[in-house]
Design a protein around this ligand. Structure first.
Ligand code: FAD
Length: 403
């Protein structure tokens, strides 16, 4: 099977999607009743993003009884660039989630443009990726989890107690739920990792942000397949078309830089980029989603009671657009270790930790090195000149940026 994807683009309207609120109270009540009836599971997954949902789905399909707890309401947005890298398709096929993810993709990404000041280059991507708005992707994955038998408690929060016990808080009630394995898929700065004492000694100093707005005039000159990256002093910005009429931006700011707010970074980039300046005349995001601090690298990722997946297990920065791929990949790695050891124990934890270190942590280090090199305007401009003169360098850059 091909590792790239063919699309019938899903029509996504960000404004409409954000207006729809699920019947929270009704959902939470019915979940609470089923939870009270069953307080012991093989696995509790804390967090319903791509890592948590895909892990829960795969383990439920392995025959495990699984409960998933997510703090936010169904249909929440997430600070993300929405670009699923081309390399993710093989992993999604193995997880049996490829068609599901394809059904929410609003388009393919096939072109990357990259600029710093007057210098820039652009090229076609070696592996076709997709634009997958997170509101719809995460919702669809949670629906699939419920369909395969995962008990989903949402909105509800989970707190690590000890030895496989988790306190789940929902509708002002707290339940102690027991599981053989607690999977922390609770994202950057994982509360479960911190409760286990696995948090890094020094926190990162960068913050991510993302937002969308309606800008049909600016997008009339935009290729739907394009991802454009702009590097300025203090941060960088990635831009895609989320739909025919909505522009989506995601960026990174260094806490120590002069550019301290998303709007400042946007204005800085728009000074050299008429298309963004025009989009900003048409509107601005009504709110920003934020994430950080990053990078985040816990000191341990698994033992006989707990395993971290996705961002909770470590996240570098969004430069290479691989976060969702790492999330799905870590879920796949954990399920392989589970299968190999017929369930979870200290040996499975060791297998998973080693696999994570060999397959994901190494690539995150590479992303950090690339971002250090290319995320600074002068070095980035020099690299753009080199890339234009030597096509092989350009191709190496594209592969490193969007894998
Ligand atoms: C600016 C920016 C741009 C990015 N752009 C891209 C991109 O274009 N492509 C890409 O692939 N990746 C991108 N990423 C990375 C990507 O968003 C993450 O890697 C991905 O969301 C990780 O998924 P996850 O499931 O591990 O965590 P998350 O998606 O963060 O999900 C964690 C979940 O845990 C829940 N939770 C937290 N605490 C608790 C608790 N105590 N109890 C219950 N639930 C809890 C939260 O509600 C949340 O739903 C970007 C990141 C940033 C910061």
């Amino acid at each position: 099977m091909s590792d790239t994807a063919n699309f019938i683009p899903h029509q996504h309207n960000p404004s409409a999607a954000r207006d729809v609120e699920p019947p929270i109270q009704a959902r939470a009540n019915s979940n609470l009743i089923s939870l009270l009836a069953e307080q012991s599971f093989d696995v509790i997954v804390v967090g319903g993003g791509p890592a948590g949902s895909s892990c829960a789905i795969a383990l439920a399909r392995e025959g495990a009884s699984v409960m998933l707890v997510d703090a936010r309401t169904r249909g929440r947005d997430k600070c993300c660039g929405h670009c699923l890298s081309g390399g993710a398709w093989k992993i999604l096929s193995e997880l049996g989630l490829r068609e599901l993810v394809q059904s929410v993709a609003t388009g393919a990404t096939g072109q990357v443009a990259w600029r710093s000041g007057a210098q820039g280059f652009e090229m076609n991507l070696p592996a076709l990726g997709a634009i997958t708005p997170r509101i719809e992707l995460d919702k669809k994955l949670l629906e699939e989890a419920e369909r395969v038998g995962v008990r989903v408690a949402q909105p509800a929060t989970a707190k690590w107690l000890a030895g496989g016990n988790v306190a789940v808080r929902m509708l002002d009630q707290e339940l102690s739920v027991r599981a053989k394995l607690v999977i922390a898929a609770d994202g950057l700065g994982s509360g479960i990792a911190r409760a286990r004492g696995w948090n890094p000694k020094s926190p990162g100093r960068k913050y991510g942000f993302a937002g969308s707005w309606r800008a049909p005039l600016a997008l009339s000159n935009w290729s739907a397949q394009r991802i454009e990256m702009r590097v300025v002093r203090g941060g960088y910005l990635g831009v895609v078309a989320e739909s025919q009429e909505h522009i989506h931006v995601a960026g990174l700011i260094d806490r120590n830089s002069k550019v301290s707010r998303p709007d400042d970074l946007l204005n800085e980039v728009a000074r050299d980029w008429p298309l963004l300046a025009q989009a900003l005349q048409e509107g601005r995001p009504t709110h920003w989603n934020a994430a950080g601090p990053l990078p985040w690298k816990p000191t341990c990722i698994a033992d006989e009671y707990t395993a971290l997946v996705g961002d909770a297990a470590g996240y570098a920065e969004p430069f290479s657009g691989e976060g969702m791929r790492w999330a799905f990949e870590s879920a796949r790695g954990l399920v392989r270790a589970w299968r190999e050891h017929n369930g979870w124990n200290a040996a499975a934890a060791q297998t998973y930790s080693k696999w994570h270190c060999d397959h994901i942590a190494g690539r995150q280090q590479k992303t950090l090195r690339t971002a250090w090199f290319l995320g600074e305007p002068k070095r980035a401009a020099l690299m753009c000149q080199t890339a234009r003169a030597f096509p092989r360098v350009a191709s190496w850059l594209a592969c490193n940026m969007i894998q």
